[in-house]
Design a protein. Sequence first.
Length: 394
Amino acid sequence: MASDNGSEGTSSNMSTAATVRSDSPTLGASVVTITTEDLDRQIETLRKCELITEQEVKSLCAKAREILVQEGNVQVIDSPVTICGDIHGQFYDLMELFRVGGPVPDTNYLFLGDFVDRGFYSVETFLLLLALKVRYPDRMMLIRGNHESRQITQVYGFYDECQRKYGSAAVWRCCTEVFDFLSLSAVICGKVFCVHGGLSPSIQTLDQIRTIDRKQEVPHDGPMCDLLWSDPEDSVGWGMSPRGAGYLFGQDVGFCETNGVEMITRAHQLVMEGYKYHFGETVLTVWSAPNYCYRCGNVAAILELDEQLNKEFTIFEAAPQENRGAPAKKPQPDYFFMSSGRFMDRPHAEKKTEVYRIYLEENNVLETITKALANIYGMEEKPANPMEFIIKVR
C-alpha cells in the first residue's frame, strides 16, 4: 500500500522473527527479537483493552522505530485506503471504527494523528495501533498529530495515564520517542494530500516537507509545527491562529495547484457531523472520535477512497455503554504548581483549565468563547474587550 520516497517499502508480512538493534537511550542498546506469534498475542491482549508488559512495550517501540525510520516525511500511499481522524484515547470507539471500517489487515488504514490524550485509554489505543503497524506495516499507516508531543501529553492526560498504569514514566518515554519517528504527511495516488493540521506559509512544495528533520519534539513554531497545528479559515491568505501555534489559511494559498493535488484531507478540529468540507471540496476535515471527551454528543466519520479515489463516508456513533470498562482514575491534587512558581487552588485551576479548553476547541468563534468565559467567571455581561479579557485570564 505504501512506499517511502527514496527507499523500499516494508513487507506487509513480517518474517517469523524480527531482530532489532536499539540504540535509544530509553530503550537501551540491546538486541530485541519479536516473533509474529508474540505480536499476535500482544494484539489480542490489547484488543481486550488489557495491558502488555513494560518489557513488551520497549520491544514493540524499538521495532516500530526501525520501521518508521525508513518512511519519509511524505508517505506515498496507494488506494484503496480508509482515512481516519483524531482518536484521542477513546479505545472502545476505535474498536467501533474497526467494526464499521473492516479489520486489519483486510482494510488499509491511514490515521491522521492525535491517538492519545483526553480519553481514558490512550495507552491501550496507541499501543494497539503501534502493534498493528509493526505486524502489518504496509496496511497500517500512522502520521503525527499535535498531541504526539512530550509537552502536550504532560498536560492532557497521556503522561499521567502511563504513570498510573505502569507505575513510572518509562512507557511514556518509549512512546514519545516513537512519536519523533512518525511521518508528517501522506499523498494518496499523487492526488490527495493528508496531514493532521494544515498548511504553512513556509511550505510551498511537497519537497520542502521532505527536507524537514522530523525526529524531534514538535517545535513551538516553524513549518513542522504548522503542519500539525494549522486550520482552514474562510479568509484570504494567512492569519494568526488563536490556538497559539500554527496558522489560519485561506482558499487562495495555492498549495494544491502548485503540487498537482486535488484535495487536502486533515483532522485536528471537532466536527459534529463527523466530516466537513471547506473551500468547496478542496479541503476536508475528518473526525473519528464520537461523543468527544464522552460529552460532546458528536458522531464520527471515516473516509474510504476506492481505486479510482471515489469517496465513501461511514458515519458511526460511540460504542455502546455496556461494552465499556470502568477506567481507573487517579485522584487530582488539591493544588497545582504554576510555571511562575505560584500554587493555584483547585477552583481557580479548574476555571483556568476550562478557559483553555474553550479557547482551543471552539473553532475560533470569539463570541462563543467570551460568553463562556463570562459565565465561568460569574459575570452578568460579557467583557467589553473580549481579547483583552482572554489574555488576562489566560
